[in-house]
Ligand binder design. Structure first.
Ligand code: NAP
Length: 299
């Protein structure tokens, strides 16, 4: 039980405090309030919870929150009309559409409709391309949060072996790009990777984003590695009937014996995602107004 447990909850609270200070300064010095618009189509209960959490935290840091709840049968035309209106609204600096959307709507087309400068989820092809070419865009929130935790934990990552398990556009690919920018030697593993445990064991930095509970065993981890567990699987609670609990992709208690540092699930990566959404909204607002960006929100 030697590993440092990375407290993402406390870290995210600190990031939000820094953001709140910056928002206050923007307001005091320039009369500007950053604004985040969230679109929810339909009544998916999990999405309702996420949108409510985003609204609460947006307001808490002093930003303006614009919620747009649309019925499940909203046409693509009507959704695009709303996105177009938000794209041209100067009070809105960030736009996100909560996924999943109903089947008749295409997530790809929805993301493509959002102005890349307001795409605070960092999911557009433009922002993915900017990241891949090492240029300035908006970076997908969860990988950005993991990078912040890693920088805090490790400092200089140059030359380290990093293995990212998972290659989604949402997480795995942008995470790998960010680690490459930190001068890590990066491997992206996936469902077809041969001898995954041996690949994982090479990693000084092991990031698991698969969605298979406790897939990464203790003996997959190089002694002294830093392990970031992104995966979330909900299982029935063993002791509380009718309740559920969350498990990560990493066998947490085994990892504690081998790794130098591990993120728990919950309380590790998860809280960083909304904090980074707010960080991206602040950044988008500063850029839209030609103001200096604050690079380090973790000081
Ligand atoms: P995804 O799109 O389903 O991608 C999963 C990836 O895992 C794919 O690249 C897949 O490989 C790979 N994979 C599946 N089975 C595997 C296996 N047996 N061995 C190795 N790789 C395997 O999921 P995602 O959106 O990236 O999310 C991944 C996990 O992170 C989920 O549990 C999600 O809930 C969680 N997550 C959490 C947060 C947060 O904490 N805020 C944010 C985002 C995601 P192939 O490409 O070969 O199919």
């Amino acid at each position: 039980m030697g590993a440092n447990i990375i407290d993402g909850k406390a870290f995210a609270t600190n990031v939000r405090r820094q953001i709140a200070n910056q928002v206050q300064r923007l307001c005091d010095d320039h009369g500007i309030t950053p604004g985040l618009a969230v679109i929810l189509v339909g009544e998916d209960p999990a999405s309702e919870v996420y949108v409510a959490a985003k609204h609460k935290q947006t307001v808490e840091v002093g930003m303006a929150s614009f919620e747009h709840k649309l019925p499940a049968d909203t046409s693509q035309e009507d959704l695009f009309a709303l996105i177009d209106q938000l794209n041209s609204d100067p009070a809105v600096h960030g736009i996100l559409c909560q996924f999943p959307v109903p089947d008749h709507l295409s997530e790809r087309n929805v993301v493509a409709r959002i102005d890349p400068a307001k795409d605070v989820d960092g999911l557009s092809v433009v922002n993915a391309g900017l990241l891949a070419s090492g240029e300035t865009g908006l970076v997908s929130c969860t990988p950005l949060g993991c990078l912040m935790l890693l920088r805090d934990q490790i400092g200089n990552m140059s030359g380290k072996e990093a293995v990212v398990i998972g290659r989604s556009n949402l997480f795995g690919k942008p995470m790998a790009q960010l680690l490459l920018q930190e001068d890590c030697t990066v491997t992206i593993a996936h469902s077809r990777t041969a001898d995954l445990s041996a690949v994982a064991r090479r990693a000084d930095i092991l990031v698991a984003a698969v969605g298979r509970a406790e897939m990464v065993k203790g003996n997959w981890i190089k002694p002294g590695a830093t392990v970031i567990d992104v995966g979330i699987t909900r299982i029935p609670h063993p002791e509380k009937p009718g309740k559920s609990r969350l498990l990560g992709d990493v066998a947490y208690h085994e990892a504690l014996d081998v790794a130098a540092a591990v993120t728990p699930v919950p309380g590790g990566v998860g809280p960083m995602t909304i904090a980074c959404l707010l960080a991206n909204t602040l950044t988008a607002c500063q850029r839209a107004n030609g103001l200096e960006e604050i690079k380090d929100l973790t000081a």
